[in-house]
Write a protein of this length. Structure first.
Length: 168
């Protein structure tokens, strides 16, 4: 993993994005805003997590749940000791979008991480019969979604940096 900001706050974006790349688009917007990179769960070096001021965990939501690869990573994380994290996702037809990552947030908190927030936006959904009509949420995430994602990520980094300086 490479840190683009050696002299400032460090961030890491962990993302699983299958099917249409919806969540990867969001992760890329966040990573660009934070000056870092996007990695997949298998690329995370658990011994290096202490180097980051904030870590984002994201996944597409598939049948109301995040990808199993992200869930496995969260289960392997070392104790968080209050380390700042946030979650993000894209979803198609979920009635209550933020519920998709609720188990990940609960598990992060149980491991001692401070969950600062959650971001969700719609993404193209072509599951089942939706593929015959071209899917739901065509063109999503769009420019507005990606701008909101970048702003959200900057806010999470600001909150993480403020929290770490007040606890020192």
């Amino acid at each position: 993993m490479n840190d683009a900001r050696e002299d400032g706050p460090r961030a890491l974006i962990v993302c699983v994005s299958e099917h249409h790349g919806n969540t990867h688009k969001v992760a890329t917007a966040m990573a660009e805003a934070l000056g870092t990179e996007v990695v997949e769960p298998e690329e995370v070096d658990l011994t290096e997590l202490h180097r980051y001021d904030v870590i984002g965990f994201g996944s597409g939501i598939y049948f109301e749940a995040p990808d199993k690869r992200l869930a496995r990573l969260v289960g392997r994380l070392p104790a968080g000791a209050g380390r700042a994290v946030f979650t993000f996702s894209t979803s198609g037809a979920m009635p209550i979008p933020r519920m998709g990552m609720s188990d990940v947030r609960r598990r992060l908190r149980a491991r001692g991480y401070k969950v600062l927030g959650d971001f969700n936006c719609r993404g193209l959904d072509t599951v089942g019969p939706l593929r015959f009509i071209g899917g739901l949420n065509k063109g999503r995430p769009n420019y507005a979604d990606l701008s909101r994602a970048a702003s959200f990520a900057r806010e999470m980094q600001t909150r993480a940096t403020s929290a770490s300086t007040t606890t020192r």
